[in-house]
Design a protein around this ligand. Structure first.
Ligand SMILES: Cc1cc2nc3c(=O)[nH]c(=O)nc-3n(C[C@H](O)[C@H](O)[C@H](O)COP(=O)(O)O)c2cc1C
Length: 363
């Protein structure tokens, strides 16, 4: 690989609401299951994020806004003071290196097991993910049927997102990303197969978008829309869900949140999917693109997607796992470290904080 041109669009700064990112090679949220059992972030996480602070923006891993929102083992939370204190240490570490960091608020909804959260999962409707097993503290298990939320419980769920956002700002993080993608609770509200509600939150595309709009609006009012991003993955068939009318649903959602002044819209999608072009007709803020699991995040392809106006910036997942200095490696056209999939989730420093930087390799 050759070095990037100094005027490469990947290396240009970008303003995302109140955040100025030094480059457009942003770090995608990546669950790594290295938090303590009680959801407080560990010292290893502090080191991991410090190492990756040169990403224009670090979007930290899916983090539960409440205990029932916890899906997997050893994911961090951000709903109490102890968790906030841990995130404050992470924020300081990233800021000391000159970086920016937001945390992704991920309520797992039905993609959760009581062995991990200690509670029965909640969801828009009582429908279990199809044929999906989950890694729990007690091994692989089927995911049980979640409890459907009553209409009068929804304000409390909005409040969980608001409370978590306040903790994030109090921790010194630069903002939050609301996770409405990948089959978790907000995505479940959007889906026609997982949301069969008969109240005003189910049925039409507008109704299914309603709850997500309420969460984004409430969080924006609490901490400022310029510190709030949202991630969507239109049509992503997570846990067997379908989104038959996904263009309508996402047009409804994006049209309603466009005027809030959010920091960014983060879309996980193959760039040629027609929903991306459709959504862009109603979105006027910064657009971050993640090309998804189907395509590898390739430097030159991503540069082209910014150059041709498909996206304003890109987020990169797996290459950041194994290359803490990805920005430097891509800038210089250097080789990347090999990624060890066996150490993605859980465990200690191995495969987490021990991937070498270029300077460590050349010592
Ligand atoms: C180990 C791992 C953990 C992930 N955790 C999250 C997560 O917490 N939240 C999220 O929105 N996406 C998550 N993703 C998806 C990534 O953000 C990204 O969309 C995906 O890796 C595709 O991008 P890439 O080709 O650059 O890796 C995860 C992916 C991987 C590989």
């Amino acid at each position: 690989m050759t070095a990037l041109a100094s005027d490469s669009p990947l290396l240009k700064p970008i303003t995302l609401g109140s955040i100025v990112a030094a480059n457009r090679i942003l770090m995608a949220p990546l669950t790594r299951s290295r938090a303590h059992d009680d959801g407080t972030p560990s010292d290893l996480q502090v080191e991991y994020y410090r190492q990756r602070a040169r990403a224009g923006l670090v979007i930290a891993e899916g983090t539960q806004p409440s205990q029932v929102g916890k899906g997997y083992t050893n994911t961090p939370g951000i709903h109490n003071d102890a968790q906030q204190a841990g995130w404050a240490t992470i924020a300081d570490a990233v800021h000391d290196e000159g970086g920016k960091i937001v945390v992704q608020l991920m309520h797992a909804g039905r993609m959760s097991h009581p062995d991990n959260s200690g509670e029965q999962a909640i969801a828009p409707s009582a429908i279990a993910p199809e044929g999906v097993q989950m890694f729990t503290k007690n091994g692989m298990k089927d995911i049980p049927v979640p409890r459907a939320l009553e209409t009068d419980e929804l304000p409390a769920l909005v409040e969980d997102f608001v409370n978590a956002s306040r903790h994030a700002i109090a921790a010194g993080l630069d903002g939050v990303e609301i996770h409405a993608a990948n089959g978790y609770v907000l995505h479940e509200f959007l889906s026609d197969s997982e949301n069969v509600r008969t109240d005003s939150y189910g049925g039409s595309a507008d109704n299914r978008a309603r709850f997500v709009v309420e969460v984004v609006t409430a969080v924006s009012e609490a901490i400022g829309a310029d510190k709030v991003g949202i991630r969507i993955s239109p049509g992503h068939a997570a846990g067997g869900m379908t989104e038959k009318d996904y263009v309508d649903t996402y047009l409804s959602l994006v049209r309603q949140i466009d005027g809030l002044g959010l920091a960014y819209l983060h879309v996980l999608i193959e760039p040629t999917d027609p929903v991306l072009a459709a959504v862009k007709t109603v979105w006027h803020g910064p657009l971050l693109l993640n090309t998804g699991f189907g395509l590898d995040s390739d430097r030159d392809a991503l540069e082209g997607l910014i150059a041709n106006g498909t996206a304003d910036a890109v987020t990169v997942g797996r290459p950041y796992i194994s290359n803490p200095d990805l920005v430097e490696r891509w800038t210089r056209g250097a080789e990347l470290n090999e990624n060890d999939q066996a150490t993605w989730y859980g465990g200690g420093a191995e495969g987490y904080t021990d991937y070498p930087t270029l300077s460590e390799v050349s010592v």
